[in-house]
Ligand binder design. Sequence first.
Ligand code: DX5
Ligand code: ZN
Length: 220
Amino acid sequence: MTSIKISPSMLSADFSCLKESIEAVEEAEWLHLDIMDGHFVPNITFGPCVISKIRNYTDQIFDTHLMIEEPRKYIQDFVDVGSDYITVHVEVHEDLADIGKTLNMIRDTGVKAGISINPPTPWKPYKDLLSKVDLVLVMTVNPGFGGQTFMHEVVPKIREINEHISEEDLHTEIAVDGGVSPKTAPKVVKAGADILVAGSAIFKGDAKENMQHLRDAASR
Ligand code: DX5
Ligand code: ZN
């Protein structure tokens, strides 16, 4: 079993001192960057210019989660500012061919590609895409806001995706996003997650300490 990676969601960080927030989580392997457009989700966050500034302070893997409509319009912008992974939602696409077009566009830039699946969205229609992506981001809250309650009913979906990845001998990694905390992490890891995205569980209070608690819980 590979070791679990932690991807702190910067959405919950103090935006008045992003540099310090990044330093506090420098031991995390990844940084999760939530991009919201006010259309696909009922919230607006930040864009490429913020990412370009924080890119100067860290070499961590930038895991850009696009919660936006028409993602193809903005992919190059997120590549240019230093994203290592770009994840798009299956729900903003017309069909599998349309998703394939977006994934090819991401991969052609040399950046790793991911798909994200909302809690009510079944995963099986997207089964064949799992061999074409580096990452599948399973949402355990309805996207839009940090600090929501983990939806336990999504856990079987994580398990089923993990089983499929093992059966097919794929290298696709599973990230889980929404309500991940020391309390929920053991269940998420047991179901097969490789990457834990966590916002409020890390940035509410002492981020360094919280990171350690999450790591301890994940290895239990
Ligand atoms: C939700 C975002 C998440 C969010 C997670 O729409 O995609 O990445 O920041 O926040 P917590 O960990 O607080 O649920
Ligand atoms: Zn996210």
